[in-house]
Design a protein around this ligand. Structure first.
Ligand SMILES: NC(=O)C1=CN([C@@H]2O[C@H](COP(=O)(O)OP(=O)(O)OC[C@H]3O[C@@H](n4cnc5c(N)ncnc54)[C@H](OP(=O)(O)O)[C@@H]3O)[C@@H](O)[C@H]2O)[C@@H](O)CC1
Ligand SMILES: Nc1ncnc2c1ncn2[C@@H]1O[C@H](COP(=O)(O)OP(=O)(O)OP(=O)(O)O)[C@@H](O)[C@H]1O
Ligand SMILES: [Mg+2]
Length: 305
């Protein structure tokens, strides 16, 4: 654990007076619809608090004023349900360092079709993508969208992992519901990553298991017993920034594991540390907003010690 945390520290940029706004990260979150406005907010605000300079949300028209009202820090584009959605987001891609696709996206077919176009445009430009939540629903329907794209990280929870494995590895459905022991989980994550052409996969759970199809890392940083919704969104937003930092730093700084493995490990450790710290203060009443407040102190503790 400690050795891998050191690799994360190697990619964290120093804060100096020589940089301009934007250099340490301009992150986009694609998600936010009528039902879900909290998830894209958690992802985008976490990206800022980890250290991105600018955080954008691309959501539906209806969700935009709601998300804006949560925070003046976020730049919110009400474009996702427009007929020009792909073109509108594409215009921003040259200025974005990473895209987090899926938190609070929902499963409306027209929205998913737009997101498909956004993913294709991101791949064509080589923009790193973190795919979470309903973005993973889309990938389970159309794995070819992400097949072999080495700048992608998927962050499935238990259910999302089962869905992806069934779609991609043809793992018998009977095995999917059953809890896998440590060894089985490593193998299952490794196989899913390999089947997707070495896309990095983070299976969240009691321990987070991360693989790029070559190596497997396990994050067992202490978290808490609170399982309130939104913790995965905090993880995917944080990972957007860390993925950019790790890819920029390159394999020379991350040693043995690939940059995206190191970034994913960092985001998992940070999320769990936030959970632990928030739980110490709020116990059973802990919510993801309490965890967002802990991003700064948790980051300092893990990566600036
Ligand atoms: N505040 C907001 O705006 C938030 C919005 N969010 C957004 O919601 C959207 C849908 O995302 P989702 O994660 O609810 O997915 P979905 O596939 O519908 O699964 C739901 C069902 O799966 C199960 N289940 C889940 N985990 C499990 C586990 N570990 N182990 C076992 N079972 C497990 C469980 O089923 P049950 O136990 O009730 O039978 C659960 O009810 C997506 O856009 C997301 O970003 C969230 O980010 C939260 C904060
Ligand atoms: N059983 C567990 N014990 C400890 N930590 C866990 C457990 N399950 C999940 N976590 C941690 O909670 C965080 C979010 O994982 P989770 O599986 O809840 O994601 P999710 O379902 O996508 O969340 P969201 O509600 O944001 O959609 C991760 O950092 C993960 O390590
Ligand atoms: Mg989730």
């Amino acid at each position: 654990m400690e050795n891998t945390l050191q690799l994360v520290r190697n990619v964290v940029p120093s804060l100096t007076t020589k940089k301009h706004k934007g250099q340490d990260g301009r992150i986009g979150v694609v998600g936010g619809c009528r039902e879900y406005t909290g998830a894209p907010y958690f992802a985008a605000i976490s990206a800022l608090k980890v250290g991105a300079d600018l955080s954008h949300v691309f959501c539906t028209q209806e969700a935009a004023p709601v998300i804006k009202s949560y925070s003046p820090e976020l730049i919110v584009h009400p474009v996702l349900d427009s007929p020009d959605a792909v073109r509108d987001v594409e215009q921003w891609l040259p200025r974005l360092h990473a895209l987090v696709v899926g938190p609070g996206l929902g499963r409306d077919d027209a929205l998913l079709e737009n997101v498909k176009g956004i993913l294709e445009a991101s791949k064509a430009r080589g923009v790193p993508v973190v795919i979470d939540a309903d973005g993973l629903w889309l990938i389970a329907q159309q794995p070819a969208l992400i097949q072999g794209y080495r700048k992608a990280v998927l962050t499935p929870n238990h259910v999302e992992f089962g869905r992806l494995s069934e779609a991609v590895v043809s793992q018998p459905a009977t095995q999917l519901g059953a809890p896998l022991d440590g060894g089985d989980r490593h193998g299952a994550v490794l196989r899913l990553s390999q089947a997707l052409g070495n896309v990095t996969v983070v299976q969240k759970g009691e321990q987070d298991v991360i693989s790029d199809g070559e190596q497997v890392l396990v994050c067992s940083q202490e978290g808490s017993g609170r399982r309130c919704g939104g913790q995965g969104d905090l993880l995917s937003g944080s990972l957007g920034v860390l993925a950019h930092w790790a890819l920029r730093a390159g394999p020379g700084k991350t040693g043995g594991p690939s940059p995206l493995l190191v970034a994913a490990f960092g985001a998992c450790a940070l999320t769990r540390q936030c959970s632990q710290q928030a739980f110490q203060k709020h116990g059973r009443a802990t919510t993801t907003s309490d965890m967002v407040t802990e991003v700064g102190p948790a980051f300092r503790r893990l990566f600036e010690a």
